[in-house]
Design a protein around this ligand. Structure first.
Ligand code: 2RA
Length: 329
């Protein structure tokens, strides 16, 4: 498989390369791609050295699959160019996610909808992926009526510049590159930009993408997304109201039996998910499961995952693995 990684020198791109190696994805030739300023840089993959090339040269190379994590603008302009030469694009940006004729895929939930016709496949937002991994099996059993989610998102979601800024803030170092309004050593109720309705784009991604992935616009979702000075993963406090009543033990069993989900839930031993434990792992971790005593048919839980892995790189590689397994690629 000739595999391009577009954005290979970025934070998610580097994790994509790591995950491709770790999972022994069948890469016959790697095509690392980045912006002009990184062309010529050398990187190592599976013990071999490769030189980063530009986008036009990568299209001309006609890779079998291209994993994109290079921002929405690059995806909008270049994903169709790769698709035109026969490449299957799996895009981690938000560019194509809500496009009605593009599929938004979490393999454990809806990869079965993929066909050879799908030449641009959208990877959901990190905070959405970990949420729907827990919601999907519960929705199948109990039909979800409403979800209230509050996220506590890792600084790595903003990017390497923000991680550096946080380090400088802690070190008391003046940072010329600092985001003008954002003090990262803080709980910042501002992820991405604000929309007309007062929600941020990050919050509306949780609303729109959840309904698309679960294929059910009747599910009411409301979200608040907060950036916190933590690396390792995103955390989410989730309140789920079902159409039907449930047994708490059955909720736990369903989640425990769901591939890709790990239950960490025992208050007696202070066992619950935390980013420090999720970092570097590919599962979605669920704990603090308890009935919401303030209203019927409702449960609370705490969901944590590494936003760079299952929230981005691993999910994209798993989509590629599914395509190979089903001979779609
Ligand atoms: C964030 N979900 O965490 C976005 C992805 N970068 O800001």
């Amino acid at each position: 498989m000739r595999v391009a990684v577009v954005g290979a020198t970025g934070m998610v791109g580097e994790v994509m390369l790591k995950v491709l190696e770790e999972r022994s994805f069948p890469v016959s030739e790697l095509i690392p791609v980045a912006s002009e300023k990184s062309v010529g840089k050398e990187l190592e993959f599976n013990g071999k050295k490769y030189k980063v090339i530009g986008l036009a040269d990568a299209v001309a190379a006609k890779p079998d699959v291209a994993l994109f994590s290079a921002g929405g603008g690059t995806s909008l302009e270049w994903a169709p160019k790769f698709a035109e030469v026969g490449t299957t694009v799996i895009d981690n940006s938000s560019a194509w996610r809500m496009n009605t004729d593009k599929k938004l895929v979490v393999p454990e939930i809806n990869a079965s909808s993929l066909t050879t016709e799908d030449k641009i496949i959208a990877n959901p937002n990190c905070s959405t992926i970990q949420l729907v991994m827990a919601l999907a099996p519960l929705h199948d059993k109990y039909k979800i009526k409403r979800v209230v989610v509050s996220t506590y998102q890792s600084i790595t979601g903003t990017g390497v510049k923000a991680v550096k800024q946080l380090e400088n803030e802690y070190a008391g170092v003046k940072d010329e590159m600092a985001y003008p309004y954002q003090i990262h050593r803080n709980a910042l109720p501002h992820c991405d930009v604000f929309e007309e309705n007062g929600y941020t784009k990050e919050e509306m991604k949780l609303v729109r993408e959840t309904q698309k992935i679960l294929n059910d616009k009747s599910i009411a979702v409301t979200a608040t997304a907060i950036r916190i000075p933590v690396v390792g993963g995103h955390s989410e406090s989730v309140n789920i109201q079902f159409e039907n009543d449930f047994e708490l033990s059955d909720i736990r069993k369903i989640l425990n039996d769901t591939p890709g989900v790990t239950l960490q839930d025992n208050p007696d031993t202070n066992t619950y998910p935390m980013p420090i434990y999720a970092q570097g792992k590919d599962d979605v971790f669920v704990g603090r499961i308890r009935r919401d005593e303030s209203q019927p048919n409702t449960v609370n839980m705490w969901i944590v995952a590494d936003n760079l892995r299952k929230g981005a790189a691993t999910n994209a590689v798993q989509i590629a693995e599914y395509l190979v397994e089903k001979n779609i690629l």
